[in-house]
Structures are given as structure tokens and as C-alpha cells.
Design a protein around this ligand. Sequence first.
Ligand SMILES: O=P(O)(O)OC[C@H]1O[C@H](O)[C@H](O)[C@@H](O)[C@@H]1O
Length: 280
Amino acid sequence: MNSFQPAPSKSYLATAGGAAAAVLHHGAQLASWQSAKGTENIYLSELADFFPGSAVRGGVPICFPQFSTLGDLPLHGFFRNQIWTPVPGGADGTEIVRLQLRDTDETRALWPHAFQAELQVTVADHSLEIAFSVSNTGAEVFSFTAALHTYFRVTEIANVAIAGLQNVRYLDKLKENVIDTETSARLLIDRPLDRIYYNTTGALTLEEGARQLRISTQGMPDTVVWNPGPERCATIADLPDDAWRHFVCIEAAAIDAPISLAPGATWRGVQKMEDIQGDR
Ligand SMILES: O=P(O)(O)OC[C@H]1O[C@H](O)[C@H](O)[C@@H](O)[C@@H]1O
């Protein structure tokens, strides 16, 4: 990682009730979200690399048009490496931020398709919604896999559980891609995890003591759960060695059934997070 970091461009969101969020133009990556209750819910690595073309570690990277290694493109595709453009008219400090990305000579050299993509982040006092849409502006159908690779900040991973995955089928990347079915009502992150849960239609809850975040999706039926654990974390240059204790990725994804998009068509995927601590 280069130690001379440029100051990253961001758009800021806020509500009258005190919620706040920030979205990096690099990757259209949500970097921070505090609900009106004040807790920071998003993990952004203090060693993140903001140089043009890099993948910023933490926040909510957009994986597109390829999740992970499911294709010939660089890991997780290239949307996260691009600088996105704020939609004119959006003012800092309001409740909605919109950023767009269109194909360029550079993107067409990687992936020969014409597209227009938009990320809209909407914040309310106790919730935040990320809506990601892609339109096919070319003459030929294209297909893709995608994810909103959300790094949730936690205080101590040993106290964290994810509810809502029981009886869901998953692929376990850390066990030679074996397919299994989740038995736990509350999944503990008590070992390295890298799993793709298929067709997780119900909402999930991230629990840490009294803190509860409800996570729901539209158009992205799969859920990736990733925590590298201590050994893998120590090999990732842009993560502090103890970072694995302070985040878990719960990713809204469309992986199992790749999306085919006809010319002129638009696809939309949403991840919504609600701070429901004290609501029940
Ligand atoms: O290091 P990155 O390219 O950002 O990927 C980070 C992680 O993303 C996903 O969660 C994958 O399932 C993991 O296998 C991968 O290690």
C-alpha cells in the first residue's frame, strides 16, 4: 500500500434526526453509516488504498459484472475500481445520493458491453437502503453475477451472531465448495467463514449484544457471509492484523442464477439495513 494517500472524494448524507452516511466516488462505495442512535455500522479499513484503480478495503464494494472468481475478469469485476460520477442536482447533506457509471474505452477493453449503472443510497433516521441498478444500453444481451459486499462493523466478533439462515443451503468455500444446509438458528462467527447461502428470501438479523441490524434485500436472492479469521487476515495487506475481530461481511448477491439483461432492459438489486435495537 502506498503511504501517500489522495483525499478520497465523497458525497455525504444526513437526516434531521441525526443519521449520517458517506459514499466514496471511488467505486460508489458506501464508507460510513451511523443511524440516529449513533453507532457506526460500516467497517472501512484504516489501511484502505484509495489510489485510482485500486479496490478500497471495507465499506460496500460493488462486485460487478462478476462475483469473486466466477469468470475471467479480475476478482469481483471492475465496478469497484472505477470513479463514479455524482448525479447533478444532488446536494450534500440530503437524504439521497446518486452516482452513475457508464461504459468507457477502458471498461469495454475488459468487458465488451455498453451499460449505464446507478447506485442510489437513501438514508432515514434508522435505516439505509442501497439500490444498485444496471441498464443494458447496447445492442446485445449480456449476463452477470453481482454483489453488494457490505462490511458490517462490529465491536467484537466473538459476540456476534447472524439470525435467519437456518435451513438455507450454502456452498462452503473453505471446505472445497461442499454444499451443506445451515443448522444454526444463530450463526456464530467463531471460525473463518466464506459461504454463499442460496436463495435467502427472508430478512437476516446481525446481532451483537443489544445491537440489532435487520438486513433485507430485493433482486439479490443469495447472501455471502465472509470473515477471514486471524490467519488469512494477517496475509491481507490492506487490513490490520486484528481487523477480523471488527467486521463481518454480509453480502447481498445474485450468484447462483446469473442475470441476463436484454438490450434496453434494466436490472435492480437492493440491500436495506435497519437499526432495530430497542424496537422489540
Ligand atoms: O479481497 P477481495 O477481493 O476484496 O475479496 C474478499 C472476499 O470477498 C468475498 O466475500 C469472497 O467470498 C471471499 O472469498 C473473498 O476473500
